[in-house]
Design a protein around this ligand. Sequence first.
Ligand code: SF4
Length: 390
Amino acid sequence: MTEKVPSVYLHIPFCASKCYYCDFNSYVNKEHLIEEYFNALKSEINKGAEFLAEYGSHDTGTELETIYVGGGTPTSVPPRFISSVVSLVTDRYKMTSDPEITIECNPGTVNDNKIKEYKSCGINRISIGLQSSSDRILKSIGRNHTYEDFLRTFDLFTKNGFENINVDIIEGLPGQSLKDFSDTVNAVINTGAKHVSVYSLSISEGSKFYRDSDSIMKSLPDDEDERMMYHYARKALISSGLHHYEISNFAIPGFESMHNLFCWKGERYLGFGAGAHSFIGNRRSANMSEPEEYIRRVENSESTDYFPASETLELLSDSDLENEFFLLRFRLIDGISKTDFRNKFGKSLDTYIEKLDKLISEGYLVENDDRLIMTLRGLDYANNIFAEFV
Ligand code: SF4
């Protein structure tokens, strides 16, 4: 087996409070589980290393290129836990000489000592969730920080030598005007962040906003306003030197998220922690979501059970993998290469000629030599493209 497995994801599910739009696998008031949780995480990381040794991937010249510590709020737990699991991965797995190691951070959750510990274990990329520069909006979406907290946090990281920093913002929030949003975009540009992710609010089941949707729906910007927000962000970020490389992502060239690029390119990965997903070969699995159950399953597992906390297992058919290729690759601004498709699946993209011609004739895609890429209309209505491949 020569399959490349370039990425590892570590999930830290603890948060100080629950944001009103959040349906991620995150929990409040479970700090008493932190010690046990990280012990289970270490056990799973060790099993993953044994799995890869047996699977052959890291013996065949491929190496781990990215580690992503996400959550939850990974920066809310004592930093020694974070450094212990990151160091375990870098010790146990064959690494490239310059891996990208990201940690997600919420404003106001770090200090100098924490940041120094992150740095000493090799973390070199920070992703900060700002969401909005308006304190009024931050409060109304249940964020437990202010814009000032964000500025202080950003400053602390840069003072400690971190250059590769992403900032997440959200468009389409309740009560958000175009001015609120453009102020946020401009505030992020002023920080000099090397990477910006612009997400669109989605109200998912499990969030407080979903439960309150009768009242929330009335305060959402309409579709046209939201489209204007996206266009504003795109134009302003590009004018300030970031390039648009994925529907929601902008970066100074050289600062793109390698970890996410691997995912969008369909590379394989291992995920550890509650609710984390792994994708190896055609096998995608997801761990138990509840931290207590996750810990119990890992603690009680046999030594040769490499995926001890796995709750669901999906075996993808060739056609699933091809559809997924379209769903992920069309997110990238440089689109799909016909040669890549042929190399990956051993057949011509013409197999999908009917669907692709339809999307071209509707103005969502354009053909450019070897590539099929989204038009501006495609960016606005990307879901219409994806619907063809679901
Ligand atoms: S900080 Fe992130 S993970 Fe935690 S509740 Fe808010 S959105 Fe969810």
